[in-house]
Design a protein. Structure first.
Length: 385
C-alpha cells in the first residue's frame, strides 16, 4: 500500500495517515461509526467548504478530518472509500496505483488531443499510440476505430492502443498483387501503405530500384514498427509453356506472346547450355518469367537441331564454313576443335559430303571433336579412352 501511494506522488507521511488497516483491511473511521458500504471510483472534485467529494459524477459527504487528504487525490487516482450508514465517506481502504482507462470510438485526434465518442482528452507529448506491433503518429490513426487510452493522475492520455486499424494489416508481412504505386505509397491486398525512406526492393535475388516497382507485379511487403513499407520482395510472374513461333537475340515469342530476354537468361536443352539464337522455331519450351515479366530461364523440351546424346555417328551431308550437317543435324563447330582424318587438321579441305564421321558435342551443342573416315569407330574409341 505504501509503495502504491508513493508511486502516485503522495508524501509518505500523508500516505501513512491516509491508508492503514486494522488487520482485515478495515477503513479508518470513528469507533462509534458503523460502516455500511463502500464506493470505488476516481475522485473528480473535493469541495472543502461543503464537505463533499464527487466520484464519477456522484456526490458524497466527507468527514472533516479526511478533506485535506482527499484533496491530494482529486482528479488523480482510483480509490476505494468506506461509507457510514448515512452515506458519508469515513475512510479509505485502498488506493490503486493502476492507471485509469477509457475506451470508445475515435471521433477526433490531433497532436495534442484525442476524442473518444464525445469526451476529449489531452494527449501527453510523445504519448505512444500502438496498434499491434506498430507505433503510430496521431495523423495515422483512422477515425471511428475503437481505442483504449490510459490516463495519468492528471487525467491526460499517456498511451493509446487501437483495437483495429483499417489502414494497416495486423500482420507485418503481407502478399498480393500491386494495384497502385507512387513515389510515397504502394497499394496491395486492399491496403494503401506508406513507403519508408530507406525501403529495400529485392527481385530475383538482387537489389533493384524502387522505380522498378510497377502495377500488376506480385509482391511480398514487410512493414516496420511505424507501419511503413521497408522491404518489398517482387515475385516472379510464373512460367509459360508452348511452341516457339519467333526468336531473336533479345526476344522470344511463345504462341502469340512475346517476352524480352533478361540480361542473365539461361537457355537449356538436356545437357546443353545454349544461347537464345540457338533456339529453333517450333521447339516446345517452358519459359520462366522474372518479376518484370522477362524470360529468365528457357527449358527446351525438344530441339530439332541437337541430338539427345553428346555423340552422334552418321553420314556427312554438307560442309559449309563452320557448320557441318551430320546424321540429319546441322551442327556448328566450336571455336577450337579437333579433327582426326588422315592427319589433316583443316576441316574444309579434309572433309567432304558422303563420308562417315562421328562428332562429339560440347555443353554448348557445338562440335568439339570430329573423327572422319572408315576407321571412325576405332578412332572414336581411342578418343573416349
Amino acid at each position: 500500500m505504501h509503495r502504491s501511494a508513493t508511486r502516485l506522488g503522495l508524501p509518505l507521511a500523508a500516505a501513512a495517515s491516509l491508508i492503514f488497516a486494522t488487520g482485515a483491511g478495515s477503513a479508518f473511521a470513528a469507533s462509534n461509526v458503523h460502516v455500511q458500504s463502500s464506493v470505488k471510483g476516481r475522485i473528480q472534485s473535493v469541495n472543502s467548504g461543503h464537505g463533499r467529494i464527487k466520484i464519477d459524477g456522484r456526490l458524497f459527504g466527507v468527514t472533516p478530518r479526511l478533506i485535506h487528504l482527499l484533496q491530494q487525490l482529486e482528479g488523480k487516482i482510483i480509490v476505494d472509500l468506506k461509507l457510514n450508514g448515512y452515506g458519508k465517506v469515513v475512510g479509505v481502504s485502498r488506493v490503486s496505483a493502476k492507471q485509469d482507462v477509457a475506451s470508445g470510438p475515435v471521433t477526433a485526434i490531433s497532436s495534442t488531443n484525442i476524442t473518444l465518442g464525445t469526451t476529449t482528452y489531452a494527449l501527453v507529448s510523445g504519448a505512444p499510440i500502438h496498434y499491434g506491433r506498430y507505433l503510430l503518429t496521431p495523423a495515422m490513426v483512422p477515425l471511428n476505430t475503437t481505442a483504449t487510452v490510459e490516463l495519468n493522475s492528471a487525467g491526460e492520455v499517456e498511451a493509446v492502443r487501437l483495437a483495429s486499424d483499417a489502414n494497416l494489416p495486423r500482420n507485418s508481412h503481407i502478399s498480393g498483387t500491386i494495384t497502385a504505386v507512387s513515389s510515397t505509397s504502394i497499394s496491395l491486398d486492399g491496403y494503401n501503405l506508406s513507403i519508408a525512406p530507406n525501403v529495400v526492393v529485392r527481385a530475383d535475388g538482387q537489389n533493384v530500384s524502387y522505380t522498378d516497382v510497377a502495377i500488376n507485379q506480385k509482391a511480398m511487403v514487410q512493414l516496420n514498427s511505424q507501419g511503413e513499407v521497408d522491404l518489398i520482395r517482387l515475385a516472379g510472374q510464373g512460367s509459360v509453356t508452348g511452341a516457339v513461333t519467333a526468336d531473336t537475340a533479345s526476344t522470344i515469342t511463345v504462341g502469340t506472346s512475346t517476352y524480352l530476354y533478361a540480361s542473365d537468361v539461361q537457355v537449356r536443352y538436356r545437357q546443353y547450355t545454349l544461347t537464345p539464337e540457338q533456339i529453333p522455331i517450333g521447339s516446345t519450351v517452358v519459359v520462366r518469367l522474372n518479376a518484370f515479366g522477362q524470360a529468365t530461364n528457357v527449358q527446351l523440351q525438344s530441339d530439332s537441331n541437337l541430338p539427345t546424346r553428346s555423340k552422334i555417328t552418321g553420314t556427312i551431308s554438307l560442309v559449309s564454313g563452320n557448320t557441318i550437317d551430320l546424321a540429319g543435324y546441322s551442327l556448328t563447330m566450336a571455336p577450337t576443335f579437333d579433327v582426326s582424318y588422315e592427319g589433316v587438321s583443316s576441316l574444309s579441305n579434309s572433309v567432304t559430303a558422303g563420308e562417315q564421321a562421328s562428332a562429339w558435342l560440347n555443353s554448348s551443342g557445338q562440335v568439339a571433336r570430329l573423327v572422319v573416315g572408315t576407321n571412325t569407330q576405332s578412332q572414336g574409341n581411342q578418343g573416349n579412352s
